[in-house]
Write a protein that binds this ligand. Sequence first.
Ligand code: FDA
Length: 391
Amino acid sequence: MVQQYDVIVIGAGAAGLMCAIEAGRRGRRVLLLEHAKRAGKKILMSGGGRCNFTNLHTTPEDFLSRNPHFCKSALSRYTPWDFIALVERHGIAWHEKKLGQLFCDHRSSDIVNMLLRECEQAGVELRLRCPVYAVHREKGFRLETGQGTAACESLVVATGGLSIPTMGATGFGHDLARQFGLDVLPLRAGLVPFTLDGESLSWSRELSGVSLDITASCGVSFRENLLWTHRGLSGPAVLQLSSYWLPGQEVAFDLLPGLDVREVIDEARRERPRIQLRTLLSEHLPRRLVELWSDRRWTDRRVADLSAADIRQVSEALQPWRLKPAGTEGYRTAEVTLGGVNTDELSSRTMESTKVPGLYFIGEVVDVTGHLGGFNFQWAWASAVAAGQDV
Ligand code: FDA
């Protein structure tokens, strides 16, 4: 027997849950399908367990997309304040950590539970452990699932990106887009640590756990923290940069942003010429980094005894430190997937395919990817509401 719905949403992640709620509230009969055994798994693991659910300073400039204008309409119609109002209606305590990033005071599960309660109130039927095997186009759409056949007028694809396959990520949404003749732009891991090789890797292993405030650049610049790991480099500055970095490119890290190391040394040569270079640099940089590089990259001396060439050597090592990452950790640890369904094929007002009426794509499966800091969830909520109001 075929069960008939107005709307079927595939994927009960951030975008799928939100879209189902919006459509259900409008009185649409909604079925939400999820192949994992729980809904909202990425929400649960997000923000270190506290879900960075939005960013107060969200603007279209915080997103990467081949068409940077595409996200504007949805983001302007569902703002961070709309989501905050929802969170407050459910009595969820939150705080701003830094840079407009809003987190739950307690646990990410507060957000998932809120969305599940809203689904229930909106009459959404949620089926977990329900894989979708095939989608056929008829008058509407017919889906063969692990729990029987279901049909609908509007089909919303909210299956997310490829990052963290162990969490249930699949390329199903991209394959479905291709099946219906939509273009999918090349996919790659974003917001992901860099891996290193050779000497940089062995230094990194020795410095594992050290972090400092830097400016990271490769075409764009981010002032955030850098963290050495036993595989390479991580921390918010690196994650942000990774979304812009292409294999083979060099990256530059200013390890003393806001300071000029030459001036620091010159001043010390005037004021306290007997100080060792290592001691002076340790006033501004982590001691472990200074000790390692004092042994391997330059010779430690009293600042009074440094030659012009010595000072240039130190300055060139730190401002900026240039290197070529070997690669990234890939989808195994990436927070997001860049690329996805080409926005040229979608309405920016409704997320509906311009080629296949009734077919919608929302959230991370679309070629819109946010910076680190709550922007990806804000895109999931906003694109979901845009579709939910139209289906
Ligand atoms: P999402 O991946 O959330 O949901 C897709 C759903 O579809 C999943 O439940 C999946 O199981 C299901 N699915 C896939 N294939 C299917 C199929 N064939 N059939 C049925 N179901 C299927 N962002 C942010 O703004 N703030 C943050 O704090 C974080 N933190 C964070 C931490 C980590 C570790 C990761 C990996 C990611 C983040 N992110 C984040 C990014 C954020 O989680 C992500 O951008 C959104 O979850 C995207 O929402 P979607 O609903 O589009 O996909």
